[in-house]
Design a protein around this ligand. Structure first.
Ligand code: AMP
Length: 299
């Protein structure tokens, strides 16, 4: 039985940054977020791969305690190609090959149906909505998105937001979706749609939580060694949801801690290419950086 159901992409990523490059490495929003969630909870992925998807990645998920029962196989795996310049906060997409994602119908295994925590990682918002509707009685639905879906499926995206409890997006996407340069205004507009809370990620500068009439500002971790920030947003969302699932709590205090844990895992992720760093870190590493984050904002 899993406790955190995650829908998103399982991809083969080709990434170039000023510090190196990788070709067709394990990537995708569901991959990063489920690995991050697995530090706290028992996640299960719902996604589609192709016949070309290397079996060793499935083995890796299983070894991490990530259920792959909800992954179906189509023709060709989703592929994403991107690069970063010296401003590592912004990924530039070179190519998105949706491939089998175009024919994907959400399949929720029986062992996922009772999961109380749902993370809708970045994927077509219509699929995100289908996933919510397929779950029995979720307690917390957290959703993420990106500019691609704001540009291609804005109305469907707004409809899915209405069914989510927490919306996570980055500052650029918040401005783009709500057509305003002002982040507070964007958050207030989002709060009118989403059921409980809005989180705006500000890349290396931290994240803001808007929860009814309360605000929380989490610091960014000052990283000396950034190699590849791909997947940081997904690690943040997966870590956030996994932490809440572990503590079976969704109150304001738990959400604040969950944001810091999500940020900690995201900061480690940026230190290596692809999922490299996530494969090395331990619970002790996570706790150490969590304590440093506490210290950073103590005044
Ligand atoms: P992040 O850096 O956290 O925003 O997410 C990066 C991951 O998102 C990469 O591993 C990509 O495979 C995946 N990705 C890129 N474009 C899309 C898209 N349009 N829908 C879903 N996932 C995507």
């Amino acid at each position: 039985m899993i406790d955190t159901a995650i829908i998103g992409t399982v991809a083969l990523d080709s990434i170039k940054t000023p510090f190196g490059e990788v070709k067709e490495a394990l990537g995708g929003s569901a991959s990063y977020s489920s690995i991050a969630a697995s530090f706290f909870s028992k996640p299960g992925i719902m996604s589609i791969i192709g016949k070309d998807f290397p079996k060793e990645h499935i083995e890796f998920f299983r070894k991490r305690g990530v259920s792959t029962e909800g992954i179906v196989t189509g023709e060709k795996t989703f592929k994403w190609q991107g690069y970063y310049e010296f401003d590592m906060n912004e990924a530039k997409t070179l190519n998105t090959e949706l491939n089998s994602l175009l024919s994907y119908k959400v399949m929720v295994p029986e062992s996922y149906r009772n999961a109380k925590y749902i993370f809708l990682a970045n994927i077509d918002p219509e699929l995100q909505l289908e996933a919510i509707k397929s779950m029995k009685s979720p307690e917390l639905v957290v959703m993420d998105t990106m500019n691609f879906w704001i540009e291609h499926k804005k109305n469907e995206l707004l409809e899915t937001i209405r069914h989510a409890d927490v919306l996570i997006f980055n500052d650029g996407e918040a401005r783009q979706l709500f057509k305003t340069p002002n982040l507070l205004e964007a958050a207030n507009k989002a709060l009118k749609l989403v059921k409980r809370a809005v989180i705006i990620k500000k890349g290396e500068h931290g994240a803001l939580l808007f929860n009814g009439n309360k605000h929380f500002s989490a610091p960014g971790y000052p990283l000396e060694n950034i190699k590849d920030p791909t997947g940081c947003g997904d690690c943040f969302g997966g870590g956030f949801t996994g932490y809440l699932a572990k503590h079976k709590s969704t109150d304001d205090a738990a959400m604040r801690k969950a944001i810091v844990y999500g940020s900690v895992i995201a900061s480690y992720n940026a230190e290596g290419f692809g999922t490299e760093r996530l494969r090395q870190i331990t619970h002790e590493d996570i706790e150490k950086r969590y304590r440093e984050m506490k210290d950073i904002r103590d005044f």
